[in-house]
Each structure stands twice: as structure tokens, then as C-alpha cells.
Design a protein around this ligand. Structure first.
Ligand SMILES: [Zn+2]
Ligand SMILES: [Zn+2]
Length: 670
């Protein structure tokens, strides 16, 4: 009789971190490691990844094993992917089965994949000395035998300094010298994808490009995944999950807008940061990594200054063919606007109004930037002054044009007849500004302008993003009103004017990264103009009630260095990253008492470890203390000087129940 095989399999589900992550099954045939299989577990059928197979029964005793249901796909994962998954599991304290789920796209057949080019215009590029130098630096010493090679680069330069062009030239060069090489371009959000893909389609054929982001169809995603695994895809352009793809021979990773927080998966496990995972991926593949930004994250710039990354600095391009003028930025004091001289109660200042009118008259485009979507930031009851909140999330509801109030956290929406939960009053006042409110205001002032609103609500699908970009670049929109999602990356030569409606709203939430994010947001918004190739110079207007604010002043001047110097000093004093590592742990439970007692117990056991150079905050409420009917409390663990996590701390974190969220290197601690 033929002997069975014993197959060790990691089920694609959550197993407690402090236990073994695989189970043994029987199979009539040998199954290669890293195959995707179906297995019975806890009276369900689950996917699983094979990690070992053997025919040695000697030490099994009398344990009765179950049989594998079926093999779904042999050798599904690559060895490198499994190594990367293990790293993510260890680093982010996330069970391996949960991590592996993200390495397995839904297997569906693709229907008519679209390879759209809608803006292909080949321009002749003349490289500057700085650009040539950057290309040289990054593409040299590529052979493994090249000895000590620099792996990490920061390509730092203002918008329109030709950073993307440099990456394209490096890829061309390396691709020609190595016939199997692959290149990964990571993008923050799909907003910029359409345009970046266009840029690459100008230089490479669509057969060798694979696109990976959450807004393409499942079939297209799976087809592109396979195209990467077969080695047919040479250039992979995608958002954060693209870092998990089955690369065969990865040579270079370029991270566009490297400071962007959407590189961190903050809202579900594994809470990985693409930039950290990319570093591991580069190590596994002996590749290189280029971070690209006009406003690098404080941590990246710190590493570049301290020679951990090689800093390649670019000056702003002066286009020889264009009459390119210097960007003119004005800060408007809204206190004067409202109370001192002008008595203008519109959220649009007089200067901004007249600049919009001027742009419209000359057929130039305008972008207005506002931090919130909806009609307002929050709503209060006129009788008792309490804020209208979501019953499930303890978070302010936002008024929408349809007359209802909605929660931006959980899709909760009221009916048109709303009453206050405290006093049953039915009269409310909307406070603060949102995209819809500004849209209404602009419509009143400029009834003939073609206006379009762009926020998460109005742009749910990829198609809508593409259409918006097309419409705007073809001049079908005069004024675009949107949240920060429209400030990223678009290169639109016809934008004459950018208005930041309320810079102060960027400072509403006190967090260790608030200044950094505000600086980045303002600089990026301003960067959407000033690339105009005509006799008009670009203009930016920043409206604020606090014109003396250091961040606003330096962002207006695009003075990253002076922002950085002040910021790094503060981080050092307060021991925030890069001078420490943070781990945020959050407990969530429908029982309020349980939430309080559990966080106190863990706080006490963390303190009892009496770890050196590790600070632990007391249990406290996060900014949103209740989400979807669950109460939350959190602790912040601060590991000073980035020392290694001790074994004791590691064991404690691994033992936490599934009601705990462990967030390593969080993007926010409030
Ligand atoms: Zn009330
Ligand atoms: Zn809610």
C-alpha cells in the first residue's frame, strides 16, 4: 500500500501569536511547499499554504490527522514572498495566516482588460547636469560583485524638478542591461495613478507594464499578479499592496511621494508600512530603493542627512522654452477680512474672489483646497449646544446636501427628521467648512463657472478618478474643489490659481505628526500651480486666522529645510521618531468596564517588566473613544533610541487577546 504524506500547512486565519502557526494534514500525494490548498479546520473549509511535507510517521504516535481537501494551485507563493510574509508577521505582531491572506489575490478570470492611453504626448527631454548625476549614482555598481553598494536613496527636489523622469531613465538603462529585471513604482493613492501610468506608457509598451491597486477589477488584478510571477511584467506600478507581489528579479523600487501616510495600512491587520516592507524586499532581492519627494518625511530626511540614505538633491527646473515665472504666494489674514476692515463673512476672501474672476476671464483653471468633505466640520444643537454625534462611533456627524447627516467612519446616515439625543431639539447649526459648502458658495459667486467637487464621497470608483483627471486636463472644469486627495501629483499646466480655504483646519488634531502633515499638505497644494507655461504666473492664496504660524509661513515660502530644523529639534526634545520607536496598542470591546479593567491589567504588567529606556503611557481614550459600538482605550509604548524590542516585551505583545490592536510605527498616537 502506498504511504500517505504528512503536510504542514499554515491556515489563512488568525491563530494566537504565541502558538505554532501551522497544522499537520495527510495527503495521498506529495504537495510542493508554498502551494495553495484547501483544508478542513474548525468545521470550516479554509485556504492554507504548505510549508513542509514528509513521509516520516515514526514520531506521530496515535494522533489522527485529517486529509487535505484539494490542491488549489501548486507553488503558489515564491520563496521570497514567504520570507517577506514571515518578516511582516514578526515585525508587526500579526499572525502569519492573516499576513499571508494579503499575498493571495482572488483567483478570477479577467474580462477585457483595458489598456487606455488618453494623454500620450511624447516630449523631447533634455536632462540637466543634476538629473544626469542622479541617474548615474543610482544605476552604478549594480552587480552583486560590485562590492559595497548604496542601497537607499532620497531623490529630493521641488515639484517640476523632473524626479519621475529620472526614474524612467534609470529603468531604461537597467532594463536594457538585464533582460529579466523588474521594477516597482509605488504610488500613494490611486489619484495619481492615471497620470503616472501615462508617463510610463510614453516610454514602455503596455505588455510589460502591470498595474496593481484596489480599484481595478479582481480579474485584472489576478491577471497582473500572474504576469509579474511569470516575469512578463517588467514595470509594476501600484499602491501599497504591490509590495507583496511575486517578483522574480526585482532590481529597483521607486516610492513616489514617499512621505504619504497612505503607505501605511493603519486600519486593519497587518498594520504594515510599505516603506519598511520595501526595505526588507530590497534586502531579499539585492535591489535598490529610491524615495522621491519634494517634502520628505522627517524620518527619511533625518536618515539622508545622517548618511544612512544617499541624498540626491535637485533644483527646480527652469524650462528653457517657456516664459516660466516664479510662483507668487499670499497669506490672507482672515481676521482682518472678517472683523477689522473688510466685513466679508464669506469663507472666500476678497482677494481670492478677484483672483478666481481673473483666472476665469483668461480661461485658466483654479483649484480650491479644503480639509473636510461635506457641508461642515460638525453640527450643534441650538437649544443645548451639544454636538450631533454618530450613535455607533461617538464621532461628529457631518451635514450633507441631501438634508441628512452622515458619519464619515461607518456609513451611518440619519433621516431628514433629526432630533438631538440630549434634549430632543430639532434645530441645528452647522459649524466649520466642508467641500459641499464651498461648492455652494462658489456657485453663488460664479454662477457661470464649470465647478466640480472631488472628495472621497464623490470619487468612489477608479473610473471617476480617470474621468476627473481627463475632464480637468482637457479644460472641461474651471474650478475644482476638493480635499487633500486632489493635491497629490497631478501635473496640470493650466492651473493658474490654488486657494487653501482654511489652513487652520490642518492643525485641529494634536498629534506628533500634525506639523509635518500640515506642512506637506500646504506645500503640495501650492505645488499644483506655478508650472504654467504662458505669460501668466501661478498664484497661491492661503487663508488663515493665524498668519504668524511658523508652519504656514514656511510652507508658503516652500522652505522645507527651516521647517525640518525646527521639527527635528522638537522631536528630539520629546523623544518622538526618529529618536524613538512607537507601538500603539488599542483595546476594543462592547463592554466599557471590561475595556477599562483589561487596559489597566496590561498597563500594570508592562510596568512590571521595568524595561530600560522604554516609556509606557497610562491607559487613555483615543481621539475616537467608541467605534461601531465598541469602546476603546489605548497605551503608547515608546522605545527610546530605537533599541531592539526585548524578548519579554515581545512575549507580552504576542500574548494579547484578539480584542487588542497592535500598531507598530503608528502614523498617529491620538
Ligand atoms: Zn440638544
Ligand atoms: Zn459612525
Amino acid at each position: 500500500m502506498k504511504k500517505d504524506y504528512i503536510i504542514d500547512i499554515i491556515p489563512l486565519t488568525r491563530l494566537p501569536m504565541n502558538r505554532q502557526q501551522h497544522f499537520s494534514y495527510l495527503s495521498r500525494q506529495k504537495i510542493p511547499v508554498r502551494s495553495l490548498v484547501s483544508i478542513p479546520l474548525f468545521r470550516r473549509d479554509l485556504g492554507g499554504i504548505v510549508v513542509n511535507n514528509r513521509s516520516d510517521f515514526s514520531r506521530m504516535g496515535n494522533i489522527r490527522l485529517k486529509y487535505v481537501n484539494k490542491i488549489i494551485e501548486e507553488s503558489f507563493l515564491t520563496e521570497k514572498q514567504l520570507e517577506l510574509a514571515q518578516f511582516i508577521s514578526d515585525y508587526y505582531f500579526c499572525p502569519l495566516g492573516i499576513v499571508l491572506k494579503f499575498f493571495i489575490p482572488r483567483r478570477v478570470k479577467a474580462r477585457n482588460i483595458e489598456h487606455g492611453t488618453w494623454n500620450a504626448n511624447k516630449k523631447k527631454i533634455i536632462l540637466t547636469k543634476e538629473q544626469q548625476n542622479a541617474i548615474e549614482e543610482i544605476s552604478k555598481n549594480y552587480l552583486p560583485s560590485g562590492g559595497l553598494q548604496t542601497k537607499n536613496f532620497l531623490l529630493y527636489g521641488p515639484s517640476s524638478s523632473g524626479k519621475t523622469e529620472i526614474v524612467i531613465q534609470i529603468i531604461k538603462k537597467l532594463k536594457a542591461s538585464d533582460k529579466n529585471s523588474q521594477f516597482l513604482i509605488l504610488l500613494p493613492e490611486i489619484m495619481t495613478a492615471a497620470q503616472i501610468i501615462d508617463r510610463y506608457l510614453d516610454h514602455f509598451s503596455s505588455d510589460e507594464i502591470a498595474v496593481l491597486h484596489s480599484k481595478i477589477t479582481k480579474g485584472e488584478f489576478y491577471a497582473n499578479w500572474q504576469k509579474i510571477k511569470s516575469g512578463k511584467a517588467r514595470i509594476i506600478i501600484g499602491t501599497r499592496m504591490a509590495v507583496l507581489a511575486p517578483f522574480q528579479s526585482l532590481k529597483l523600487i521607486a516610492i513616489e511621494e514617499e512621505q504619504d501616510i497612505s503607505f501605511k495600512q493603519w486600519d486593519m491587520n497587518p498594520r504594515y508600512d510599505t516603506r519598511t516592507v520595501a526595505e526588507k524586499l530590497v534586502e531579499i532581492n539585492q535591489a535598490k530603493i529610491v524615495r522621491i519627494s519634494a517634502t520628505p518625511s522627517v524620518e527619511t530626511y533625518y536618515k539622508a542627512i545622517n548618511k544612512e540614505y544617499k541624498l540626491l538633491k535637485l533644483p527646480k527646473l527652469s524650462l528653457p522654452t517657456a516664459n516660466c515665472q516664479i510662483l507668487d504666494t499670499t497669506i490672507i489674514d482672515m481676521r482682518k477680512e472678517r472683523w477689522k476692515q473688510i466685513n466679508n463673512y464669506s469663507p472666500i476672501s476678497k482677494l481670492l474672489q478677484s483672483e478666481i474672476a481673473y483666472a476665469l476671464k483668461n480661461k485658466l483653471q483654479v483649484i480650491l483646497f479644503i480639509n473636510h468633505q461635506g457641508m461642515s466640520s460638525f453640527t450643534v444643537c441650538i437649544r443645548c449646544k451639544s454636538v450631533l454625534k454618530c450613535p455607533k462611533c461617538d464621532r461628529a456627524l457631518v451635514y450633507s446636501e441631501t438634508g441628512t447627516y452622515k458619519c464619515l467612519h461607518c456609513n451611518y446616515r440619519t433621516t431628514i427628521l433629526v432630533s438631538c439625543s440630549k434634549c430632543e431639539g430639532t434645530n441645528f447649526k452647522n459649524v466649520g467648512l466642508g467641500t459641499e459648502k464651498i461648492e455652494k458658495e462658489i456657485n453663488n459667486i460664479f454662477p457661470n463657472a464649470k465647478i466640480k467637487r472631488a472628495d472621497a464621497e464623490s470619487l468612489k470608483k477608479s473610473k471617476e478618478h480617470k474621468k476627473l483627471y481627463q475632464d480637468f486636463s482637457q479644460g472641461k472644469i474651471d474650478i475644482l474643489i476638493g480635499t487633500q486627495m486632489i493635491t497629490k501629483g497631478w501635473d496640470l499646466p493650466q492651473v493658474k490659481l490654488v486657494g487653501i480655504i482654511s489652513a487652520d483646519s490642518l492643525f485641529n488634531i494634536p498629534d506628533f505628526t500634525t506639523s509635518e502633515k500640515a506642512f506637506q499638505n500646504i506645500t503640495q497644494a501650492i505645488g499644483r500651480t506655478g508650472r504654467i507655461r504662458s505669460q501668466w504666473s501661478g498664484k497661491a492664496i492661503i487663508q488663515t486666522f493665524n498668519p504668524e504660524n511658523f508652519i504656514i509661513k514656511n510652507a508658503a515660502k516652500a522652505n522645507y529645510e527651516s521647517f525640518y530644523e525646527k521639527e527635528i529639534e522638537e522631536r528630539e526634545t520629546l523623544k518622538y521618531p526618529p529618536f524613538s520607536r512607537l507601538i500603539k496598542i488599542v483595546f476594543q470591546n462592547i463592554n466599557k468596564k471590561r475595556t477599562e479593567s483589561e487596559t489597566e491589567i496590561i498597563y500594570q504588567s508592562l510596568k512590571a517588566l521595568s524595561l530600560k529606556n522604554i516609556k509606557i503611557s497610562q491607559p487613555h481614550n483615543p481621539l475616537v473613544p467608541k467605534i461601531r459600538e465598541r469602546f476603546r482605550k489605548q497605551l503608547i509604548i515608546k522605545i527610546i533610541n530605537n533599541q531592539k524590542i526585548t524578548n519579554q516585551l515581545e512575549r507580552l505583545l504576542e500574548k494579547l487577546s484578539s480584542d487588542w490592536i497592535v500598531d507598530v510605527d503608528p502614523i498617529s498616537i491620538v
